[in-house]
Design a protein around this ligand. Structure first.
Ligand code: FAD
Length: 409
């Protein structure tokens, strides 16, 4: 039997596993999946925890609920990949040989990369919401907080779900308004980018929304350190932004196992062919999701679009043909903007988010680059779609390749 090994059973790995299981002849293919965690976290739900909209139990399910029968499930930390020997070494001591390897180890936060970030104010006045622990600690803090300076800071790009920090600021505006203390909370969005977002047109629109909500924006702020005594973030060029509470999006990096395998760049992201999703220099290794170094967004929706391309290219390669399916960088993200509204953006490597209707031209029901209630319902529905369709590798009513239908240039 030929062996496929999938590293990482998060969004991308689980989705890929289900796709393989539905098309490959199980008498010919042995499929293993490796992860150190037995719990699956719905990470988009972390955004809502600090504001009491979701709690821990709303975002967790056992990973095994999503594995198809007959899967060889290995619970262990991955120590390293030895691509020259076509094998993976696990922390348990086991050695797993493969014919084809799918790397889906994602990205996580590394607060230790910024001096002082995990100092004495960590989880007292400094929180993240990119981990379940951070999001839950912040929820407890907000319950008792009576107001002051709230700074939301992106340490450096790339980060997963690049719109999540903006959504956090929008929801903070809504949450403190609901609590009747908005006039006592100064919300300040501090980013290393030249604008509110990575893409120019969306950046202007999202910047205007920040303005409308009275959220201050500081751009091109490259954090060098945190001064715990003064409760300030300090940039490399010595500008200080004081805070009473700092919500940080720390440096995002790929897993250390990638560095140990000598397969990553300086942030442990794996050089990946942006069209075929094959690891550069490795004919029998594909990379999917946040683990890649692709210039697309790091998002669950992107992993979903990639999974169709990867499956097609995997079949070609396993049958001795060249991989011909091309990923176009398609991303589709709902941006929660507070007060029961949301914005939708749909874009790819070459086309920035444009206004219009989605998915049906002229009809929608979703509106691109516009705040609507229907878009908010789309965001709410996403969790149900995630558990019931996305993870199971089922088809969604959105094409893998971005369509210009319904978009206004
Ligand atoms: C706050 C927040 C909000 C978000 N909102 C959205 C949104 O609205 N829409 C959207 O599309 N996306 C959103 N995302 C992004 C989305 O969750 C990720 O892009 C997606 O989960 C990526 O999937 P992945 O499989 O690449 O990585 P993950 O889902 O993170 O999975 C990686 C897996 O690899 C395992 N692993 C890693 N290293 C090892 C090792 N050494 N040994 C064993 N196992 C290992 C991990 O345990 C994990 O299970 C959000 C993320 C966050 C944090």
């Amino acid at each position: 039997m030929k062996k496929i090994v999938i590293l990482g059973a998060g969004t991308a790995g689980t989705m890929m596993l289900n796709k393989f299981a539905s098309v490959l002849d199980r008498r010919e293919w042995h499929i293993s999946i490796v992860d150190l965690e037995e719990t699956h976290y719905y990470q988009p739900g972390f955004l809502f925890i600090p504001f009491g909209i979701y709690s821990r139990s709303d975002v967790v399910k056992p990973k095994r609920d999503f594995f198809p029968p007959g899967t060889d499930v290995i619970v262990s930390r991955i120590e390293r990949i030895e691509p020259g020997k076509n094998r993976v070494l696990l922390a348990s001591g086991a050695v797993i040989p493969y014919d084809y390897l799918i790397v889906a180890t994602g990205t996580k936060i590394y607060p230790q990369q910024t001096e002082g970030l995990q100092g004495e104010l960590w989880h007292k006045q400094i929180f993240d919401f990119y981990t379940i622990e951070g999001a839950c600690a912040l929820a407890e803090f907000f319950k008792r907080w009576r107001g002051g300076k709230l700074v939301v800071n992106i340490t450096e790009m790339p980060i997963k779900c690049p719109v999540a920090p903006l959504e956090f600021a929008f929801l903070a505006d809504w949450y403190f308004s609901e609590r009747g203390i908005r006039d006592k909370v100064d919300i300040h969005f501090v980013t290393p980018l030249p604008g509110a977002f990575t893409k120019p047109r969306a950046s202007t629109i999202l910047g205007n929304i920040l303005d409308k909500k009275n959220i201050r924006l500081t751009t091109e702020f490259s954090i060098g350190r945190v001064d715990n005594e003064a409760a300030s973030i300090i940039s490399w060029d010595e500008n200080a932004v004081p805070f009473d509470v700092l919500v940080t999006i720390p440096t995002n990096m790929g897993d250390e196992a990638i560095a140990r395998s000598k397969m990553g760049d300086e942030l442990n992201f794996i050089p990946t062919d942006k069209a075929t999703l094959r690891a550069v220099g490795h004919e029998n290794i594909f990379v999917i999701g946040d683990a890649t170094d692709l210039p697309s967004s790091k998002a669950g929706s992107v992993a979903h679009f990639e999974s169709d391309i990867l499956l097609e290219n995997f079949i070609s390669v396993s049958e001795g043909r060249q991989p011909s399916a091309q990923f176009d960088g398609h991303a589709n993200c709902f941006i929660e903007s507070g007060f029961g509204k949301g914005i939708l953006i749909d874009f790819n490597y070459d086309t920035e988010p444009l206004p219009g209707k989605f998915p049906l031209p002229g009809i929608g029901p979703f509106s691109l680059l516009e705040e609507t209630k229907t878009n908010h319902y789309g965001k709410v529905m996403f969790r149900w779609m995630y558990w019931n369709f996305l993870l199971k590798g089922l088809e969604l009513p959105v094409e893998s390749h971005m369509s210009m239908a319904g978009k206004r240039a």
